[in-house]
Design a protein. Sequence first.
Length: 133
Amino acid sequence: MRSRRPHAVGWVERQRKPNGSAVRRVLGLDPTYVAAVFAFLALPAFAADPAPTRQAELDYMLRQDCGSCHGMTMKGGLGAPLLPEFLQAKAPDALAEVVLDGIPGTPMPPWRGLLTADEARWMIDRLRRGLDQ
């Protein structure tokens, strides 16, 4: 038995399996396929940490490049403080975007050419834990 009716997302098709359970197909797509697509889209949220050698490079960059403006102890200078207590109230993804794209009209440069989004998020996580942790 098939019925087609309007749905908030589009047309939803219900098919009855021999055991009586209904399988929903949105726009004619198999539910397993839809689940796989959503799992793939969620991958960036579960990205792996950079390799240990890259972590060392990123840590050096935090201390030297970021520290040159934000203070060698991250307590602030030309740039804002980057201590955990100052970063906890800010969204990690928003902070990563600032790292990647900079802040136009300020000395904060974009680092997108040198960092991936995952690396920027790793650096933010590192700062939120504290560099000495």
